[in-house]
Design a protein around this ligand. Structure first.
Ligand code: UD1
Length: 313
């Protein structure tokens, strides 16, 4: 087989850092690029000296051209990943997702990259009531973030069809794991609740806590990315859900963290968050059928590893 070399965009991000760990751990030659807009050097710390780092913004054609040099596979994760942040700043969302993706894809097509796996989002489904979510449902973007991520999917299809760049878009559901930022106003619920409860503080649930999410461990997301990258045969811009296919509601989540910590902290209930999706769960059969990916880390095991991490920091 031809030589393989991976590029991870957004390699200083939460998922990007785990992707580096995963690829470097398997001995792949790896390049990473990040502009530190939301990423942090600590997320790359395990791989220091074991991969090539390009410090820059892929929306600069010169940076993208440098990053894709000699690369066979791209895992494209770079983006500003927040729904509320995109509502506050829709132009930033478009530039960080859509515009930079087109620059990257143009460089990749020119350099003869074999496959691009890109991060898409379950936000594409909007609040449609049909469960589980299947990839053939019509998209319904409710935020600039969702619209940007959908536009990325369409560019994946377009470059696959007309530019000779084979892409696949993975719609991640709610990703969690060690090193996810717990402190920002835009932080995801799991790192937020774990860090609060480790300090003996009560977590705040927006609404009655019956809302549910399909949480997937970050190591499984890295494995899904690699499975999609290495899958033989063209994927032609396909869109594929990446999740566990199981629902956990927020009351259950608090109970599980209480169990793990040996605490009995009752949640505070506040007003529901505007635009919050009530339930989200994926049909994951396409991932298995089309790229051979099946999640391996049970929710409780992922939560245990995540709590272990926050105990130490
Ligand atoms: C959404 C998208 C996801 C996207 C992510 C990016 C959906 C189904 N999911 O995640 O695809 O990648 O945004 O940011 O559209 N909550 C509390 N208390 C808190 C924090 C959160 O109760 O302190 C609740 C929220 O109201 C929500 C749930 O926890 O019901 C999960 O919230 P969060 O972790 O922010 O992720 P989503 O909004 O589901």
């Amino acid at each position: 087989m031809d030589k393989m070399k991976f590029l991870v965009t957004g390699c200083a991000g939460f998922i990007g850092g785990h992707m580096l760990d995963f690829l470097v751990g398997k001995g792949y030659e790896t390049v990473g690029v990040d502009n530190f807009s939301t990423g942090k050097p600590e997320n790359m710390a395990n791989c220091r000296g074991l991969f090539t780092f390009v410090d820059g913004d892929i929306s600069d054609p010169a940076v993208s051209a440098r990053a894709v040099e000699g690369v066979s596979h791209i895992i494209h994760l770079a983006s500003v990943p927040s729904v509320p942040r995109s509502v506050a700043n829709p132009i930033e969302s478009m530039q960080s997702s859509v515009a930079s993706t087109v620059v990257l894809f143009a460089a990749a097509a020119k350099a003869g990259v074999r496959r691009v796996v890109q991060a898409a989002s379950s936000a594409a489904y909007g609040d449609s009531e049909k469960l589980p979510k299947t990839e053939d449902m019509p998209p319904a973007p409710l935020s600039p973030y969702a619209a940007s991520k959908l536009a990325q999917e369409y560019y994946g299809m377009a470059f696959s069809a007309s530019m000779g760049l084979d892409c696949v878009s993975l719609r991640y559901f709610n990703v969690f794991g060690p090193r996810q930022d717990p402190k920002s106003e835009y932080s995801a619920v799991i790192p937020k609740f774990i860090t609060l409860m480790l300090e003996g503080k009560r977590p705040t649930i927006f609404g009655d806590g019956a809302q549910s999410r399909d949480f997937i461990y970050v190591g499984d997301v890295a494995a899904a990315n690699l499975a999609a990258a290495l899958h033989p045969g063209p994927l032609r811009g396909q869109v594929i859900n990446v999740a566990r296919g199981e629902r956990i509601d927020l009351n259950q989540l608090v109970a599980k963290i209480n169990d793990a910590l040996g605490t009995g902290l009752a949640p505070i209930h506040a007003a529901p968050r505007t635009g919050d999706v009530l339930h989200s769960v994926a049909d994951i059969s396409k991932a298995k059928k089309n790229v051979g990916f099946v999640p391996e880390v049970a929710f409780d095991e992922g939560l245990r590893r995540t709590i272990e991490h926050y105990r130490k920091v």
